[in-house]
Design a protein around this ligand. Structure first.
Ligand code: ATP
Ligand code: MG
Length: 260
């Protein structure tokens, strides 16, 4: 199976030499979803930041981060510009913070497209419209002219998903993309993401602290605890035969809901 990205012996230390992430290892396979799961502060977001070349400057990192066989630790800002946003799509936790408040949705998405590939304004607009329809947004004509503050949280997150998928990335990274949404909207967005990743065949890394979501989304689950991956296996194995006491605890809290 083709490996798209690999994290090898990733260690991240704070400026005062605390291990925030320790010896993490995982691989992302084409067409598969890996969920990083763990409680708040366990190192999920830092792992993602390292993979995107966006760690805070004061942190020290060791290990290897491979994307399509290239060690991204050596990427120049120019190389990152080519990869981030186009070959690796990112969906943030808070779409409102990622979208520009004063630029209409249609133009924001069009600009993203045109900053990576050379297309006419008309062709860009056509692609943006198609993508907005794909993420099940209605009234696309009106939406193209609207600003983020005019949309609900769920609609803005759909816009972010459209933006992340616009350039047909090979890898999608989503850091708790539904935690700011109400339960019903969360379910709609998760189901949309699952359909879109399955349809496109891309690889995805999905971060959550919710086991129900990990069980629904992932082919493989990696459990993080205080900076370390303490357990990693197929979703079925982690759900049915959790090995580590911490994972068992997580499942015990959640399993009655899983069965309902
Ligand atoms: N910019 C930073 N400077 C110093 N310490 C940081 C910084 N960012 C994160 N940390 C610390 O690193 C650890 C891991 O943080 P991280 O944000 O990766 O956790 P997380 O698993 O994403 O948690 P959450 O579920 O709350 O998002 C935490 O102890 C956090 O306090
Ligand atoms: Mg986080």
């Amino acid at each position: 199976m083709t490996i798209i990205a690999e994290v090898k012996e990733l260690t991240i230390r704070s400026s005062d030499n605390q291990d925030l992430v320790l010896n993490s290892n995982f691989s992302l396979h084409a067409g598969k979803t890996l969920c990083l799961i763990g409680e708040s502060g366990s190192g999920k977001t830092l792992t993602i930041k390292a993979m995107l070349g966006m760690l805070p400057n004061q942190m020290k990192m060791s290990g290897e981060l491979l994307f399509k066989g290239h060690n991204t630790a050596h990427f120049s800002p120019r190389e990152w510009q080519r990869v981030r946003g186009s070959q690796i799509g990112v969906i943030p936790q808070h779409p409102e913070q990622a979208l520009h408040p004063a630029i209409p949705i249609g133009r924001q998405l069009g600009d993203v497209l045109r900053s990576h590939i050379s297309v006419s304004k008309l062709e860009a607009e056509r692609k943006v419209r198609r993508m907005l329809e794909k993420v099940s947004l209605k009234t696309v004509d009106k939406l193209m002219k609207q600003y983020p503050f005019e949309l609900s949280g769920g609609m803005n997150q759909r816009v972010m998903i459209a933006m992340a998928l616009l350039l047909e990335p090979e890898l999608l990274i989503a850091d708790e993309p539904t935690s700011a949404l109400d339960v019903t909207t969360q379910a709609d967005i998760l189901s949309l993401l699952r359909d879109l990743t399955a349809e496109s065949g891309m690889s995805s890394l999905f971060v959550t602290h919710d086991l129900l979501i990990a069980g629904y989304m992932a082919d493989t689950i990696a459990v993080m605890y205080r900076g370390e991956i303490i357990e990693q296996d197929s979703t079925m194995a982690v759900v049915q035969y959790p090995k580590h006491a911490y994972t068992k605890e997580l499942w015990q809290c959640r399993s009655p809901f899983m069965l309902s």
